[in-house]
Design a protein. Sequence first.
Length: 83
Amino acid sequence: MFGLRIRRNGVSVLAMTQLAEQLDKKLATWNPEIAAQVEQLVRDVIAKADANALDLLPSRKAVQHVLDTLDERYTKGRSGWLI
């Protein structure tokens, strides 16, 4: 889709409009339980963004790093490296 991209607070308005349209289409195709869960997640993200609280959440990369580190320590512990 082509169109004018207007930047507002560093975000492309057209891109967000396309995202909203895609979400609307997907919500109509998912079963009602999944659609309700996704709607609640979006509401939660909006509420956190309004409260400037999104930066308090760890990134997936950070969480994965912690999990990998714990897994590595557990694996070494079982082989006698760490107790």
